[in-house]
Design a protein around this ligand. Sequence first.
Ligand code: PLP
Length: 394
Amino acid sequence: MISEIFELIEEEKKRQDENIELIASENFVSDNVLKACGSILTNKYSEGYPANHAVGNRGRYYGGCQVVDKIEEKCCELWKKVFNTDYHVNVQPHSGSTANFAAYFSVLNVGDTILSMSLNNGAHLTHGSPVSFSGRLFNMVFYEVDENGFIDMEDVKKKALEYKPKLILAGASAYSRIIHFDKFSEIAKSIGAYFMVDMAHIAGLIAAGEHPTPFGYADIITTTTHKTLRGPRGGMIFCKPELAKKIDSAIFPFSQGGPLQHIIAAKAIAAEECLMPTYKEYIHQVVVNCKAMCEEFKKMGYKIITDGTDNHLFLLDLTHKGITGIECQDMLDEHHITLNKNCIPQETRSPKVASGVRIGTAAMTTKGYKEKDFIEVAHRIDKLIDEFMKEKSV
Ligand code: PLP
């Protein structure tokens, strides 16, 4: 008997094949990454770390780990190569959120102060939103963006001096400009705070040299592996070698049990793919495509947060168009264009409605889209918004 689930997987495959995917946090993995995700490694328990785990904790709590030890060690070695770093790496986090959870608790206690960007300005929920563990367990204080939407480094400095946070966090889910890790690091050093970077969105750009690196500046760096890195759904944590034991313990036994060895194998394969020259070309094209599409929206009179983009995404402010973020998302979904609503700086609507949409080019670039294709999609979106507004007004 074929489970109904397999029919639904086919249905989802068709959706992914046919839709134009503009969600900035999504991508399409290779057949090899998929193969590893679906492998028999899912059968294996391996709590703990490989016997020769570099500088962190060592040893497994189960027998029969000889093979998965080799896979996990190889995975760590490959990711260090991708980012050209001697930082320690932990490849076990099940997701970006659990990576952030463990990263915070490796050096902080409940109630400690974290200085981060707020959700409305482009941060992730785990960066201190009251609906996330981060906002519930830590004393969160936030730096702002300036009137043009750029991170206000003067405000970072001011809030750092005012609140004396134990950790300063940089990184975002919906920020389209370069993040100046060197400046953040200087501020963190000046007050003796840990400096953490969540590079989940821009990790691929950092790996390919299209965004300044946080390595050398940050004490702890978290990431997801499924966005611009084009790997399986999961997370990773890098840290300075002196924090290795703290990071490892914060993942296991503090916040996770058995690692997902099938996903770790898939992460290793994704790292091998990132090391290929074609990956650099891919990421470069992602950035070129993003600029081209963003410029086209500007030509058509759209307002863009920060008036442009340096990375794989940009934010359309739809306020003057009269359509809300959720209306735009739902309407485009009906026309097989997938994106997501997004809050804009100084948002006046609830996050469930939002005044903007976020557009990313990583996924469709994997499918071979070039500048002209994204420009065509921009015009299609514009036409559909116009038609929607006309219908709404009658
Ligand atoms: N950090 C950032 C910056 C993100 O954008 C995301 C997800 O979009 C996460 C963390 C959380 O990742 P996950 O969905 O794997 O928990």
